[in-house]
Design a protein around this ligand. Sequence first.
Ligand SMILES: N[C@@H](CCC(=O)N[C@@H](CS)C(=O)NCC(=O)O)C(=O)O
Length: 322
Amino acid sequence: MSRAGRLGKLALGSAVVGGGLGGIMYRQRLSQNRAVSGADFNAAQDKEKLQVALSWMQQCARASGSSSAVKPEKLELFRYTTCPYCGKVKAFLDYYRIPHELIEVEPMFKSQIKESAYKKLPQMRFGGDTGPYLVDSELIVDALAERVGAETELRDPDVQKWRLWCTESLVRHVTLNINTTLLEAWRGYAYIDAHDTIPLVNKLFLKVVGAPVMYLVAKYKTRPTLVKAGELSEGDDIRRVFHQQLDHYVSEAGISDKKPFHGGSRPDLADLDIYGVLQCVRWHKVYDDLLLNTSIAPWLARMDSETGKTEYSPNVAALSIQ
Ligand SMILES: N[C@@H](CCC(=O)N[C@@H](CS)C(=O)NCC(=O)O)C(=O)O
């Protein structure tokens, strides 16, 4: 049988098994995810311990990574590599040189966050098992921005406009572009193979069940949402629209050699959010495509250098999908 035939059969099998099982799990999961909001969960944390952790991060940020003067404290960032919201937090921590440990969460069963009543990612935890959490990308970045001297950016209407665009629009364009077909959605989970801590059976389950779910979510939820918001029309080339959006950011923000970032001579919260969201597809063909076909590449290179681009191991890069 030809390669295309084998892949076709694999895709069809995955659709049948994954679609059925996935539908049941998806509904269950939605209700778990909605059980507690990020704001309520954060409010229930030990406030004193949380303040200590925030002060520690503030000191780290000010020390610009030279943490000799700073009391070391375990700081974990629970994330999925492909989660755009997690990317925003990661970009912020990297830019401000706040040391942290990345914990890759296996997306099917999420055992790494079983102690947490909040079921979405990203989540930060301070001081190990008994430490307080801070969750939700927006709440995390906002809380930290107050501490690192970026509080005026939180009230800057232009920064907030682009941050909103990032969450409401860019995140959806990214999701849609990596799940255009069932096969693409399956390939979108290739990154998981680089994580030795995740058992093989979970990896397989994720691809068989997770991929069809993501494909269906992109087709029946993400796409209609963008159409309804007037950001996409039926029949549009979704990759082209995505590229146009990024070009629009570069031109509207006036980004150039003379103004390297939206924030001017240094990145602001809009730059960090947008960069972070795009990093969730760094290892994917979608990223190569946008480097080649949009005007965003120089800005991305500058952001890489500003954030120290520490996260992408050669292992993951080697999985780059053609
Ligand atoms: N508003 C939240 C949204 C977070 C979110 O939806 N994260 C996704 C991953 S990209 C998630 O955890 N989904 C639930 C799941 O995987 O079960 C934030 O900004 O942190």
